[in-house]
Write a protein that binds this ligand. Structure first.
Ligand SMILES: [Zn+2]
Length: 593
């Protein structure tokens, strides 16, 4: 998908960065800027700043930075297009407005499907109120009429065509009902109702529209659950049951995921509200993305058999990869959450939540069940499995903690585990360390280190932005191609061009020329600079240009020396002598400066 540039600009301008970030981070005004605790690294004193006049954010702790779009990309873990869409929605701007006929058509079709589904839900709801045996199903499970209403629970009659007839009387066409997944066409061309003799659970999207249904039999017949098929409005992979309700009252950015409709409803009945059901047992990337908007911690509360299945564990890894803190709630006695809370009460369930196990610990526990560690083979097998699981965290502190825990619990020596982790590590290939100004210290904490020339180049760019009158002085000594850092070279090219054309430099616009996170970070840090003292600006500029020049010369020198070595190896004395002359020349220049 492509969004026109002027539209992106309009969306950016309609979303004040302080307003947007305030939705996620509590900000305090200090001077003309705002400060808060950085959402991208752990800290106790605020080093995360939002500059309203420049419409950018910058963290002095971890270097994160960018404009309002990059903030959304980073915070919600979405791509550029998705971030623009979120902001468009926030500012009530239609990104498709006026230029896409197909989109309009699709939108109208969708509206009609929503409408017929809503009418069907009304029908099911009224049926339930009139049917004692169906009502009994919920009453027996302790569900109050308030909750029935809140979740729009209903009942599909034991009939082949009651819904079809009802909707036809209301003036809806059969092809629309079919499109909405409510009726099915038989081979003889006649239609029958998809849901018959089932209690009905409408599935809402997060905006509160009904998009489909789940239906459960009242007895033991099969299939136990029947869901709406994929339609133009319903996609199981993109939705979570009850998410609209779970996020409606605000939550502490922690959501419990259960398996079934009834599990979610039962927990709500007991006042545990941040609960959604996964509409299937394996979580998808799309669902993780959706959840990311509303929480940072996910508690999985599946039937213990199900939770341990490989497919489910893979789903949980998807959550971990998406940056969630993932924990597993283990319900005692193999019960499902619905049964358990009804039998033992809310407090017992809250205890289970408190005792939730981090995902790694859960995986290790499951491995422990597979091996008999009183035998040597068992010990070896368990050590290997543990090493693989622990290694996945990539965090030295966490690794240490688990190594000592496993060692303590099992008597396997910590050294054996470390050795195995190191082996698993090399088997996977060395971890690529980023060379973008980051370094890792022994605790695995990210440290922000950078070369002096990067600081110098940033300073020059800042001067171009804030003190345009120095442009001719700078340009005389430094062309944009002289910048050593690739990101800053590109920034310089844009700024030089803008200044020559008399165009003003808007930080948000410059940042938009970069799509990658590290680049945006680097560029936004230009605009978050402040001059402490501008009494001797001209000298500072010249000093920094010297430094940039020197860096460039040093780079050329290194290149030449490498080439010279090649010629020496090949025995080409004449060429290597030529290069040596050049190198000496550069060394002289370096000394003068
Ligand atoms: Zn930070």
């Amino acid at each position: 998908m492509y969004i026109q540039e002027d539209k992106v600009e309009k969306i950016r301008e309609s979303n004040d960065i302080v307003d947007v970030i305030s939705d996620y981070v509590s900000l305090q005004k200090k001077g003309k800027n705002y400060f808060g605790l950085c959402p991208f690294h752990k800290e106790k004193t605020p080093s995360f700043s939002v500059l309203q006049d420049k419409q950018i954010f910058h963290c002095f702790g971890c270097g994160a930075g960018g404009n309002v779009i990059s903030f959304i990309m980073k915070y919600r873990n979405v791509d550029f297009i998705e971030a623009v869409k979120i902001l468009a929605e926030r500012a009530n701007i239609d990104i498709y407005e006026g230029n896409d006929y197909n989109y309009q058509l699709k939108k109208e079709n969708k509206e009609k499907v929503y409408e017929v589904i809503k009418e069907a839900a009304r029908f099911f709801y009224r049926n339930l109120q009139k049917d004692q045996s169906a009502l009994h199903y919920f009453k027996n499970r302790g569900i109050s009429s308030d909750i029935v209403k809140k979740f729009g629970l209903g009942y599909a009659l034991n009939s082949w065509d009651s819904l079809n007839k009802y909707l036809t009387d209301k003036g809806y066409k059969t092809d629309l009902m079919e499109k909405a997944g409510l009726i099915i066409k038989k081979s003889d061309g006649k239609y029958y109702d998809r849901f018959r003799n089932r209690v009905m659970f409408p599935v809402f999207n997060v905006g509160g529209k009904i998009i489909g249904f789940g239906g459960r039999v009242l007895d033991d017949s099969k299939p136990k659950y029947l869901n709406s098929p994929e339609t133009i409005v319903f996609n199981k992979r993109n939705n979570l049951y009850a998410l609209n309700i779970a996020v409606s009252g605000g939550n502490d950015r922690r959501i419990i995921i259960v398996e079934g409709y009834m599990d979610a409803i039962a927990l709500h009945q007991y006042g545990i509200k941040s609960v959604v059901a996964s509409l299937g047992t394996s979580l998808t990337k799309e669902q993780a993305k959706l959840l990311k908007r509303y929480c940072d911690e996910v508690l999985i509360c599946y039937d213990s058999d199900v939770a341990g299945q490989t497919a489910t564990l893979r789903g949980l890894d998807i959550l971990t990869d998406a940056g969630f803190k993932v924990k597993i709630i283990c319900i005692p006695k193999g019960k499902d959450p619905d049964e358990y809370i009804r039998a033992e009460g809310k407090d017992a369930f809250l205890k289970c939540i408190e005792g939730a196990m981090p995902l790694i610990e859960y995986k290790i526990k499951r491995e422990a069940e597979k091996f008999d560690i009183s035998t040597t083979e068992g010990k070896i097998g368990f050590t290997n499995s543990c090493a693989r699981i622990i290694k996945e965290t990539n965090n030295p502190v966490v690794i240490d903690a688990y190594v000592s825990k496993v060692s303590l619990d099992t008597g396997i020596s910590a050294q054996a585990l470390y050795d195995e982790i190191a082996r698993a590590e090399t088997a996977d290939g060395a971890h690529d360390k980023k060379d973008s100004g980051y370094n890792y210290d022994i605790d695995g904490q990210k440290l922000y280190l950078e070369a002096a020339y990067i600081k110098a180049e940033r300073f020059i760019l800042y001067i171009l932005y804030s003190r345009r009158e120095f442009f001719s002085l700078i340009e005389k000594r430094l062309s944009w191609e002289d910048f050593n850092d690739e990101t800053y070279k590109k920034t310089a090219e844009i700024m030089y061009r803008f200044i020559k054309n008399g165009k003003s430099i808007v930080p948000g616009e410059i940042i938009d020329s970069f799509k990658n996170d590290d680049e945006m970070k680097k560029v936004s840090s230009i605009f978050s600079m402040e001059l402490a003292d501008d009494s001797n600006l001209e000298k500072m500029i010249n000093d920094y240009i010297d430094l940039i020049d020197k860096t460039k010369l040093k780079k050329i020198k290194t290149d030449l020396m490498q080439k010279m070595k090649v010629y020496e190896k090949e025995g080409d004395v004449r060429k290597s002598a030529e290069l040596l002359k050049k190198i000496i020349d550069i060394e002289k220049q370096l000394k003068v400066r």
